[in-house]
Write a protein that binds this ligand. Structure first.
Ligand code: COA
Length: 153
């Protein structure tokens, strides 16, 4: 699919929120609309969020790249989501490639968390070479464990 990946902007906020909310992840954590807006606008304000645009400049997903987000030392991806109707067409992989390019310019290892129930996302990360290096039980929410995944250059 033809894509452009550009810095995020508040004009894409509604699409980014929809991508997140309309997923198992959004259902499990169900942040309020205000809380989600606040968080994504923070990432956009820091210029850490990048969005994928299709050839008509529609926003179809985003990735958040915090270069020192893991332990104030290594790159971490605090958010990745693709709008439901576009999933399974390579957009997530393209956004992760963007993360890896920026991350590996900065460090020899990069991190992401994946919730224990999010098996499809986990499979995608494993296919791309991420390996589990830790587990955070009851981390963001009681009863859900976050797997710490790391990829080395
Ligand atoms: C995870 C996610 C970003 C992947 O984006 P994507 O554009 O569907 O990814 P791609 O098309 O590049 O890759 C598809 C792969 O991801 C897997 N996948 C993960 N979630 C999927 C979904 N909901 N629908 C379709 N495929 C999904 C597929 O199994 C596929 O694997 P395969 O290529 O081995 O068959 C996307 O599914 C999504 O936004 N999910 C909801 C939010 C989320 O869970 N984010 C991850 C937070 S850790």
């Amino acid at each position: 699919m033809e894509l452009k990946i550009v810095p995020g902007d508040s004009k894409y906020l509604t699409d980014c929120k929809e991508a997140y909310k309309n997923s198992e992840l959004g259902e499990a954590y169900s942040p309020s609309d205000d809380a989600l807006s606040f968080r994504l606008l923070e990432g956009m304000g820091k210029r850490e969020i990048y969005v994928a645009l299709d050839k008509s400049d529609r926003c179809i997903g985003y990735i958040w790249i915090a270069l020192r987000g893991a332990f104030y030392h290594f790159p971490y991806c605090p958010g990745l989501a693709v709008r439901k109707e576009y999933r399974g067409r390579g957009v997530g992989t393209a956004l992760l490639e963007h993360y890896e390019k920026a991350g590996f310019e900065y460090s020899d290892r990069i991190f992401i968390l994946v919730s224990d129930f999010n098996l499809k996302a986990r499979k995608l990360y494993e296919r791309l070479g991420y390996k589990q290096v830790g587990l955070l039980p009851d981390f963001f929410k009681e009863g859900i464990a976050e797997h710490i995944l790391m990829k080395k250059e």
